[in-house]
Design a protein around this ligand. Structure first.
Ligand code: NAD
Length: 421
């Protein structure tokens, strides 16, 4: 079975609930709390019209899900992709709850998405879709309630339209309603690189723990967008050799090393990494199985499964993407001695700097990039240490270590608040 086929048969919500169940079992969680935390608090589905350039009106479907609001407002990105589903958004929202708890920032988990291939829309159509979708989900969002951010196929431009739409409705500028904005609109220094930077901080910690010299490490990266391309760039900066990268079209590989800045320029010009001179063309599945020390999945869910996990050769798997590894694959990787840095820890740099952005917006403040990166590093290094301690103490993998910390924190907050009414 190909990776794409395996991914299509797996349901991200089923995976998210199974991961939660494993942690809840181990924590011996109170049955009532378990029932509460196992389901999202709110799920909004919207069908909304957009006027297309050819004069027709098309109706799109989108979602905003709030999984848990126990520790603070909902936080989580908005994805534009043709395969978005309510179950996928529910899974991503639940993972956001655990992610915010694992790094100790005062948010609950949320996520949104629209079923659309944005590459098929003109800029005007994309703006119309973004403004109307945000209008539809305004019953849930707000700077004190639920603060969206970028995810797959959304970026600072889309966040600017969201912020402007909300501000037009209330009659004044509200920068704190979304994060991932451009600097000119109250964005934070370092937010664009934050997911990748946080991921690389955790890889450096893992390498130190394992006694692996990153100067001698080869790196493969699946997905070459915000998270993947910047992670590749930063890994090269750490002295590692990036040997393979891929995007939705396919992958490229050169075991002597790829010049990542040139690959980034190539992708900007050609829309894909494919065709990059001096590299062999490989499939996305082959990228995952590349002979390397560090593998960074930075695309979509369910890429490392029971079917291909045994062929992963990396020593460290750093989950820049959300949900790239299934529970069955987790067991295989752990048994094979692969050190996996789980998504809710590995890619938490994005939401952490989103939190910094929100704090700056609410305080009408602006921090330097050095300040942002120092604060990010201290949070990522502390959270990594806490997860490693938990995993080592219980002789479990790092995902379970992260879940034990996160679920316990959310459960404690929920129990202390008590049951309303
Ligand atoms: P993006 O849209 O910037 O990039 C996605 C990349 O994945 C693109 O290069 C695309 O071509 C590639 N891709 C899509 N389908 C693929 C496939 N089947 N095989 C290989 N590559 C494929 O998105 P992003 O923001 O970089 O998000 C990537 C992952 O990181 C997602 O799982 C997302 O949830 C996660 N993430 C992102 C952020 C963030 O701040 N942007 C934060 C945390 C986690």
């Amino acid at each position: 079975m190909t990776t794409e086929h395996a991914a299509a048969q797996l349901n991200a919500w089923d995976v998210a609930q199974r991961q939660f169940d494993l942690a809840a079992d181990r924590l011996n969680l109170d049955p009532g709390l378990r029932r509460v935390l196992r389901e999202p608090r709110r799920e909004l589905t919207v069908h909304f019209p957009v006027k297309m350039d050819d004069g027709t009106v098309q109706v799109f479907t989108g979602y905003r899900v709030q999984h848990n609001l126990g520790r603070g407002p909902a936080k989580g990105g908005i994805r534009y992709h043709q395969d978005v589903s309510l179950d996928e958004v529910k899974a991503l929202a639940m993972w956001m709850t655990w992610k915010c708890a694992v790094v100790g920032i005062p948010y609950g988990g949320g996520k949104g998405g629209v079923i659309v291939d944005p590459k098929k829309l003109s800029k005007k159509e994309l703006e119309g879709l973004s403004r109307r979708f945000f209008t539809e989900i305004e019953v849930l969002v707000g700077p004190e309630k639920d603060i969206p951010a970028p995810d797959v196929n959304t970026n600072a431009q889309v966040m600017s339209w969201f912020m402007d739409t909300y501000s037009m409705h209330v009659g004044y500028t509200v920068p704190g309603v979304v994060t991932g904005k451009p600097i000119s609109l109250g964005g934070s220094e370092g937010r664009n690189e934050a997911t990748a930077r946080g991921c690389v901080y955790t890889v450096v910690e893992a390498a130190t723990h394992l006694g692996l010299d990153l100067h001698n490490a080869r790196v493969a990266v699946q997905g070459f967008g915000n998270a993947g391309s910047i992670a590749a760039h930063l890994m090269a900066h750490e002295g590692a050799t990036v040997v393979a990268v891929s995007d939705s079209v396919g992958g490229i590989r050169n075991m002597d090393g790829l010049n990542i800045d040139r690959v980034i320029a190539w992708k900007a010009e050609h829309g894909t990494v494919r065709g990059f001179p001096g590299a062999e063309e490989v499939t996305n599945a082959e990228v995952l199985e590349t002979d390397c020390e560090v593998l960074i999945p930075a695309a979509l869910e369910n890429q490392i499964t029971r079917e291909n996990a045994g062929r992963v050769k990396a020593r460290i798997v750093a989950e820049a993407a959300n949900g790239p590894t299934t529970p069955e694959a987790d067991e295989i990787l752990f048994a094979n001695g692969v050190f996996l840095i789980p998504d809710i820890l590995c890619n938490a740099g994005g939401v952490t700097v989103s939190y910094f952005e929100w704090v700056q917006d609410l305080n009408r403040d602006h921090w330097t990039e050095i300040e942002v990166n120092e604060k990010l590093k201290s949070i990522m290094v502390r959270a990594f240490g806490e997860v490693l301690t938990q995993a080592t103490r219980n002789n479990v993998n790092m995902r379970m270590g992260a879940y034990l910390n996160a679920v316990q924190r959310v459960a404690d907050a929920t129990a202390m608040r008590g049951l309303y009414p």
